[in-house]
Design a protein around this ligand. Structure first.
Ligand SMILES: [Zn+2]
Length: 370
């Protein structure tokens, strides 16, 4: 049932949300900067955390709030045990005011919020405003915020978070300490997913975790969401086949075989692959992306002598010309944009494959031209 899965996902995401600095994956430079300022007990009144979705901006903001509010004193190692730390963890600490700016863009709302900044904190030593998606505020709201940032009361700390810092007025940016959170590497994400599964005693393949990490595009939140789906589908272990099916991907060996068959005009083999892709109801956009990724690895290996050993072209295949690989990639990129213009996607994809077979660079005539 989808509802049950969503609850599971929430539980898993909540369970693995970093509760203190040492539990974060990556983001070392931002964490070091925050820990240093907490250690020195001189935390700037406004931080701006930037980075794409799911890289840990709000989690880091909450941990900073703990460091500022822990009953044991301002600390780079919040105790995680005291009343304040626990309340922040549970999302009900009275002096941490979390605002989703995307839903509070009217100037009255911001004014209402900023009218309260002069009141002292109720429980803790600071009143902390966490404004998520701060770029969504209106121009008037920015002006109201700016006034407070220019002359902040002693007991106020602002933590602003945004996926889109370019949309913030420079006057706001210049009054904040800006910390950029990097997209997580696939290796970092895979490692964390493996940790979660090991903790649950679920068996898995490393390649399956790398594929999930790749699909998550640097977002840990998306990766955990995908992992939750995989756990729901999994009977015994989370292997390559399960993940490929779940994501509508073709197995890597099939992609390699399809590309080589196109290059070598191996018509029977191509028909076999096209039939299999349609029968398994794979995601055609994903399959095209996989083909582009494979060709990228081929060209990397040819031109720069780098890339994955596993993708080396077979010796009995015609050598891929460098220009030919570029042409294949161009044809596939074009197909991606046009796939939905065909009567149906299988037709669009099959025609793309036929086009790749029909229009090839003639190496000899090209040489003559040069
Ligand atoms: Zn504490």
């Amino acid at each position: 049932m989808p509802e049950i899965r969503m609850q599971d996902y929430k539980a898993l995401a909540r369970q693995w949300r970093p509760q203190s600095f040492q539990y974060f994956v990556g983001q070392q430079h931002a964490i070091t900067a925050l820990q240093q300022s907490l250690k020195r007990k001189s935390v700037h009144h406004a931080h701006l955390l930037t980075g794409t979705r799911g890289v840990g901006k709000t989690s880091l903001a909450r941990v900073l709030a703990k460091g500022l509010s822990c009953i044991k004193g301002v600390t780079d190692v919040p105790c995680e045990q005291c009343e304040h730390c626990k309340a922040i963890e549970q999302g009900n600490y009275v002096d941490l005011i979390e605002i989703d700016a995307a839903s509070k863009t009217k100037v009255e709302d911001t004014k209402e919020l900023l009218n309260q900044v002069h009141y002292p904190p109720v429980q803790g030593r600071y009143k902390i405003y966490l404004i998520d998606e701060v770029h969504s505020l209106s121009a008037n709201s920015f002006n109201a915020l700016l006034k407070t940032l220019e002359e902040p009361p002693e007991h106020i700390k602002f933590i602003l978070a945004t996926t889109d810092p370019q949309k913030l007025p420079i006057t706001i940016q210049s009054r904040c300490i800006q910390l950029h959170l990097q997209q997580l590497t696939e290796a970092d994400i895979a490692k964390q997913l493996e940790k979660i599964l090991t903790d649950r005693s679920t068996t898995f393949s490393h390649q399956a975790m790398m594929t999930l990490a790749e699909a998550a595009n640097g977002s840990m939140r998306d990766a955990i969401s995908l992992l939750e789906q995989a756990i729901a589908l999994c009977k015994e272990s989370i292997d390559d086949e399960l993940i490929d099916n779940m994501l509508g991907r073709a197995p890597k060996a099939d992609i390699k075989s399809l590309v080589h068959s196109i290059h070598n005009n191996a018509k029977e083999k191509i028909s076999e692959h096209l039939g299999k892709i349609e029968k398994n109801q794979l995601n055609y956009h994903t399959v095209i992306d996989q083909m582009i990724t494979y060709l990228y690895q081929v060209t990397q290996q040819q031109v720069l002598s780098t890339g994955n050993e596993a993708n080396k072209t077979d010796t009995d295949d015609k050598r891929f010309g460098e220009e030919q690989v570029q042409l294949y990639i161009q044809q596939l990129i074009k197909a991606k944009g046009e796939l939905d213009l065909y009567p149906d996607q299988p037709m669009g994809f099959n025609l793309t494959v036929l086009r790749m077979m029909a229009f090839k660079l003639e190496q000899t005539s090209l040489a003559e031209l040069i």
